[in-house]
Ligand binder design. Structure first.
Ligand code: GAL
Length: 652
């Protein structure tokens, strides 16, 4: 694996050709190694059907290559040109209210439209042939941000037909489907697959299995769309990585499935934009408005490392104010550097800033770049240069170290609780992220694992919160695991067909734990229930019947955390304080080494180093950890937005 490096997103079609040479020279001066191009350029690559004009982009690649820059070539399928809509009027996606979307922005295509699949395959093949052997080419990107602007689901005739075929294939007979969906319930039984509608525009809610299967179907269409491009690109250049740029906090399709046809997962990190549009409490928003929420980026780095089979890039890194939140603050000086360093700490191979020069025209004219619209450097230009110099002098290798703690993240569980929350706002990802933050507060390295994990060997603690249904892989992984295992709340409370399991939740294999959830108490989050000791419950409380040892109970005497040996069950959704108490208890039980981190400071280890970042708005002082032999960047005194890199003792 090559040394980590910086990149930038560049749109040669936005600028006069006479500017390219100087742009490329300046990129090289900054220390940038990778340049992503092409992903929105279809109307310039094929202005009218079949009229291919690839010469200009090849010249742009020549220029970049002359300056030692490597190109990530993005297939332009997120922005089909206007003539494409004339050719395939029914390729436009349809929203849940049945309204067809229009042309004039981007991502207007329907994943189920087979004609558009063919068009996407055609342009991908033509581009692969035209630029696939260009010496500057180093990687491919497929499309751009699948699902962005709520585009995973479409309620079009193409989607309906595709869904019916998908169901016929999945269930084999209509009786099997009727049974799996529980259609006898309101006389919803079907006689044939071609009678089945999409789950929108109904009088009230569809059966949850209907909804869940539609989401599974839609997710499969994204994966199928990606596979078409992957197969073509790999056939031309088997040696080059194929990457997709995923998004933050986006869960509408199963990213693990899409990544079955990717070599690397990347994501687009906009820490301030994402905090601004998040439902974080106001005090967090106020404290971190210029830095981003301190665990948000790290969680996604770890998630996408898992999605990408251990390989992760940042394809777009926020460099300054963005344009798409309600308010778009200016980052604290130093954050464009800190965000890059944090990504490298979590194993990023490349961090690529979005974008090179701020565009003075069109939708994103208020979005900062490394250059201002007048081509003068914006602050992030110098921060990127500093990161490049630091990378050069330190010479990082390898990737993020394996974590001591692992948390399972499952897209279907996210969909399941959106479909049937029972308590408004109950969410799988919120439980995962709360535990992630609680462990990370002690400087513990964490891995995120997919639900297809077959073995947890090597981890001290594994958590599986709010998992919708067990699968065979997870059942065998938990049966064989000899570390500390935390399950619940709500884990294993459904079958894969979205019904309550016969034995009731948590439906553990071979009675690993003597426990049954016999009743559920769904609570308005403003009505907290105190827990004896400290912490409180909100949203969700389970009445459990158990002979296991009770570790924590609430003021009403309901068990909250119980254990039988190393297997723990958590029967409630907790406040931050309760989640922290549970994490602290497990860390103490396992003797995991903990660090004392100042508020706002976070860290992770990457082969030979521990990298600290200070998200706080004020300076912080580190307590040196026992396994560190000194600092090669920064020191124990960390300014706001500071970065400190400690060297770890060999073998640490
Ligand atoms: C991303 C997208 C880019 C650009 C950027 C602005 O979501 O991939 O094309 O729009 O946001 O922040």
């Amino acid at each position: 694996m090559s040394a980590p490096a910086l990149g930038v997103c560049y749109y040669p079609e936005h600028w006069p050709e006479g500017w390219w040479e100087r742009d490329a020279a300046r990129m090289a001066e900054v220390g940038i190694k990778w340049v992503r191009i092409g992903e929105f350029a279809w109307s310039r690559l094929e202005p009218t059907p079949g009229n291919l004009t690839f010469d200009w982009i090849i010249r742009a690649m020549d220029v970049l290559g002359r300056h030692g820059l490597k190109v990530v070539f993005g297939t332009p399928t997120a922005t089909p040109p206007r003539w494409m809509v004339d050719k395939h009027p029914d390729m436009l996606a349809v929203d849940a209210q049945g309204r067809q979307k229009g042309f004039g922005s981007r991502r207007h295509y329907d994943f189920s439209h087979l004609g558009y699949h063919e068009e996407a395959a055609r342009i991908t093949r033509l581009l692969a042939d035209a630029v696939g052997n260009h010496p500057a080419l180093g990687a491919w990107q497929t499309d751009n941000e699948y699902g962005c602007h709520n585009t995973t689901y479409s309620y079009s005739p193409a989607a309906k037909e595709g869904f019916q075929l998908w169901l016929a294939d999945k269930y084999g007979s209509i009786d099997a489907l009727n049974k799996a969906w529980g259609n006898v319930f309101w006389s919803m039984e079907y006689n044939r697959f071609d009678q089945i509608e999409l789950p929108n525009l109904l009088v009230c809610e569809a059966t949850p299995t209907h909804n869940l299967d539609f989401r599974r179907y839609a997710s499969d269409q994204v994966a199928a769309f990606n596979k078409v491009q992957f197969d073509i690109l790999k056939a031309v250049r088997p040696d080059l990585p194929v990457i997709h740029n995923f998004m933050g906090r986006y869960t509408e399709f199963d990213h693990y499935d899409v990544a079955k046809t990717l070599d690397v997962a990347s994501w687009d990190a906009y820490p301030l934009g994402h905090l601004a549009v998040s439902n974080e409490p106001d005090d967090v928003k106020r404290l971190y408005m210029r830095q981003g929420e301190p665990d948000y980026q790290a969680f996604h780095h770890d998630l996408y490392r898992a999605v990408g089979h251990g390989r992760m890039w940042i394809m777009e890194q926020q460099p300054g104010p963005v344009n798409w939140a309600q308010y778009n603050p200016d980052p604290l000086p130093g954050m464009a550097r800190l965000w890059a360093w944090e990504a490298f700490a979590h194993g990023a191979e490349v961090v690529s800033y979005f974008r090179w020069r701020q565009a003075p025209f069109a939708q994103e004219q208020m979005h900062a770049g490394l250059l201002r619209p007048d081509s003068e450097p914006a602050p992030a230009y110098f921060e990127a240069m500093q990161v490049a110099e630091e990378l050069e002098s330190i010479g990082l290798t390898g990737t993020a170290n394996k974590g001591r703690v692992a948390i399972v993240f499952d897209y279907q569980s996210e969909w399941a609780w959106e479909i049937q929350p029972q308590a408004k706002g109950f969410s799988h990802s919120a439980h995962v992220r709360a535990l992630f933050a609680a462990f990370r507060k002690h400087g513990v390295d964490i891995d995120i694992l997919p639900p297809s994990t077959r073995s947890f060997a090597g981890y001290d603690i594994v958590a599986i919160p709010a998992l919708f249904a067990w699968n065979d892989d997870l059942r065998s992984a938990i049966t064989e695991f000899d570390g500390h295992l935390l399950i619940g709340p709500r884990s294993g409370s459904k079958t894969e067909h979205f019904s309550i399991p016969e034995k009731l939740a948590p439906d553990l294999p071979r009675n690993l734990l003597d426990l049954k959830v016999i009743r559920v108490d769904s609570i308005d989050p403003t009505q907290e229930i105190e827990v004896k000791g400290s912490g409180a419950i909100h949203h969700w409380r389970e009445r459990i019947e158990t002979k296991a040892n009770v570790v924590i109970e609430d003021v009403d005497g309901w068990p909250v955390l119980v254990n039988q040996g190393k297997l723990y069950y958590l029967g409630a959704s907790g406040t931050k304080a309760l989640v922290q108490r549970v994490a602290d208890y497990l860390i103490a039980e396992t003797d995991l080494p903990m660090l004392t981190l100042p508020a706002g400071v976070r860290c992770r280890t990457r082969e030979g180093y521990r990298i600290y970042v200070n998200y706080g708005a004020t300076a912080a002082t580190l307590v040196p950890a026992k396994d560190e032999t000194g600092y090669i960047l920064g020191s124990t005194e960390m300014p706001a937005a500071g970065v400190t890199v400690a060297k770890l003792a060999t073998g640490a």
